[in-house]
Write a protein that binds this ligand. Structure first.
Ligand code: GTP
Ligand code: SPV
Ligand code: MN
Length: 609
């Protein structure tokens, strides 16, 4: 398909205008066909950008190593360029939009020299569904095209829905490395230095301008940029929710099912929970989505969620047949691996894959690497934020409802993070607004999913949306309160819980085995939704009684007491930190309800001292 074949004159002109600025060698329209996918993969292999994996062990799979500087999202180069700094709020980087557009237009001028401009029409959500949003990404990265083909719905069928004048979110992307006459990348991952990287969002005009990075959340613009940052603004204006959440279906032994969403910060267990294999007999968990949920009220007054994505961009390290069989099977064919290690027989390997590295590997830097010896620098073979890109349709636990355009009715919402102490295994909010309070105070140890942060230190990551909220986060809290108020029937609102799989002993060992054993907590959540759970009121919320959750092997009664105990002194420290460091950031954008819940919790904790 040629650019002149595009029936939508506005879209065609927009592509030609950007081509005039970026001066690519040629223009290719991503039609979404498997023939085009195969052709791009063949070109990438021929160019030395990626290697094909063993067709017996990993059919249809390829592996990339990125530039060592381009391995994760770059939060300090991510901008919400709203008209005012206040509209972007205290948690987002801000540059005046006119200034930013001037600067970035300068960067885009000639940026695709020697490269191909790919135009990718994509749909977030099933094509043609009334809740789907269409974007078009212009990029000079073939890696982006093939990843978008797995992660979203791409191509001619999207152009058909757009027709001659349909609305789309315009997304510019360039790796930021123009080629001189006759120059080639020589198979090296192209990107720009950190100070030239920009991941920019213009919320009022709903535009995305990305420059200088080829990696995941920086470059696959349908994902964090459109489906979260821009969609959160649309959701605010239209009365729905765009969230960093997994969606799962849980079925009890009697065959009754509920749907649950869960917001945990990056690399804190969404993919794993969404694909969990229960350890408790008779229970079943199925997957609807692993990273993003859009939630809207249905005509029946119930909140319904859809997964706008079509694939998984999952954390590789720690994923094994033991910890997450469904993810391993999802990524066993037709998948793309980024920054994993490669074995002599061209299979994939990473830390925590469940077996020792066989023979001499090629690590994610392209160097030889041997188990327990490492190499000169003793670094890990895979990058801690190495990822697999796999089609959701290949997931053995995918729920039959996963592409239902009306979504699935949500009974429970979980918030959580990585906390070695203080936060118990699970507690429940007393009502919707109290649940908003719990979401607003989520704290978590920082992971390798973002480049410029200190891994391991704790930061507040409200609703797991700190890096993804496209407007003032104080107003976002208010929006959550407003959505609750808008419920036609308050009893149909999802119940809200706060979970923590990451408690550690004084010796630094996991107190809770996690993964499949988290089904025990899902069972308690399920029972709480039915009104049959054994529970007790505490100063922080409703909690399971000590015998409400069956103990997994290896968890003693003492461990369970630790997991389900309200650490009053620890929580009072939390209150102090929220009051002095967290809430004041939001000034008068902080809903008064949240400050009141904080006061109430403090009073209850003091009374319990
Ligand atoms: P993003 O894709 O970055 O948004 O991450 P995610 O929330 O989907 O995280 P994911 O499920 O990929 O988990 C990231 C890491 O947490 C992996 O290394 C997992 O092994 C680990 N993890 C997940 N669930 C558990 C758990 O229940 N217990 C423990 N100890 N680790 C877990
Ligand atoms: C995250 O960091 O939350 C991810 C990976 O899901 S990325 O798409 O790179 O943002
Ligand atoms: Mn994520």
């Amino acid at each position: 398909m040629n650019v002149n074949d595009i029936a939508h004159s506005g879209l065609k002109q927009w592509i030609l205008d950007f081509a005039e600025l970026a001066t690519p060698e040629n223009i290719v329209i991503a039609d979404g066909s498997s023939a085009q996918y195969d052709e791009l993969v063949a070109q990438q292999i021929a160019g030395g950008y990626c290697v094909p994996l063993n067709p017996e062990k990993k059919p249809g799979c390829i592996a990339y190593n990125s530039d060592p500087s381009d391995v994760a999202r770059v939060e300090n180069r991510t901008y919400i360029a709203a008209k005012t700094k206040e509209a972007a709020g205290p948690t987002n980087n801000w540059i005046d939009p006119d200034q930013l557009k001037t600067d970035m237009t300068g960067l885009y001028r000639g940026c695709m020299k020697g490269r191909t401009l790919y135009a990718i029409p994509f749909s977030m959500g099933p094509v043609g569904s009334p809740i789907a949003k269409i974007g078009v990404e212009l990029t000079d990265s073939a890696y982006v095209v093939i990843n978008m083909m797995i992660m979203t719905r791409v191509g001619s069928k999207v152009l058909d829905v757009l027709g001659t004048d349909g609305a789309f979110v315009p997304c510019y992307h360039s790796v930021g490395k123009p080629l001189a006459e006759g120059e080639s990348d020589n198979g090296v991952w192209p990107c720009a230095p950190i100070e030239k990287k920009y991941i920019s969002h213009f919320p009022e005009t709903r535009e995305i301008w990305s420059y200088g990075s080829g990696y995941g959340g920086n470059a696959l613009l349908g994902k964090k940029c459109l489906a979260l940052r821009i969609a959160s603004v649309l959701a605010r204006d239209e009365g729905w929710l765009a969230e960093h959440m997994l969606i799962l279906k849980v079925t009890n032994p009697e065959g009754k099912s509920i749907f649950v969403t869960g917001a945990f910060p990056s690399a804190c267990g969404k993919t794993n929970l969404a694909m969990l294999i229960p350890t408790i007999p008779g229970w079943k968990v199925e997957t609807v989505g692993d990273d993003i949920a859009w939630m809207k009220y249905g005509a029946d007054g119930q909140l319904y969620a859809i997964n706008p994505e079509a694939g998984f961009f999952g954390v590789a390290p720690g994923t094994s047949t033991e910890s997450n069989l469904n993810a391993m099977v999802s990524a066993s064919k037709n998948s793309i691996f980024t920054n994993c290690a490669i074995t002599e027989d061209k299979d994939i390997w990473w830390e925590g894959i469940g077996y020792d590295a066989p023979g001499t590997l090629i690590d994610w830097h392209g160097n030889e690497w041997v188990q327990d010896k490492g190499n000169k620098e003793q670094k890990t073979a895979a990058h801690p934020n190495a990822r697999f890109t796999a089609p959701a349709s290949q997931c053995p636990s995918i729920a039959s409802e996963w592409e239902d355009p009306k979504g699935v009715p949500i009974s429970a919402i979980l918030f959580g993070g990585r906390r070695a102490s203080t936060v118990p295994l699970v507690h429940q909010s007393s009502n919707w607004n109290h649940g908003v309070f719990l979401g607003s105070i989520v704290g978590s140890e920082i992971t390798a999913a973002a480049l410029d942060l200190k891994v391991g230190s704790i930061r507040r990551d409200p609703f797991a949306m700190l890096p993804f909220c496209g407007y003032n986060m104080g107003d976002y809290f208010q929006h959550w309160i407003n959505v609750g108020k808008a419920a036609k029937d308050q009893t149909k609102l999802p119940k809200i819980f706060y979970v923590n799989w990451f408690r550690k002993t004084a010796e630094g060992k996991w107190l809770w085995p996690g993964f499949g054993e988290n089904s025990r907590v899902l069972k308690w959540v399920f029972e709480s939704c039915q009104g049959t759970a054994k529970s007790v009121e505490t100063p922080i919320g409703t909690m399971p009684t000590l015998d409400a959750i069956d103990r997994p092997a290896g968890v003693s009664e003492d461990d369970m007491k630790q997991l389900l105990y309200v650490d009053v002194k620890g929580w009072l420290k939390e209150v102090d930190d929220i009051r002095t460091n967290h809430y004041p950031k939001f000034g008068d954008h902080l809903p008064k309800e949240l400050a009141e819940f904080l006061d109430q919790m403090e009073a209850k904790l003091k009374a319990a001292l």
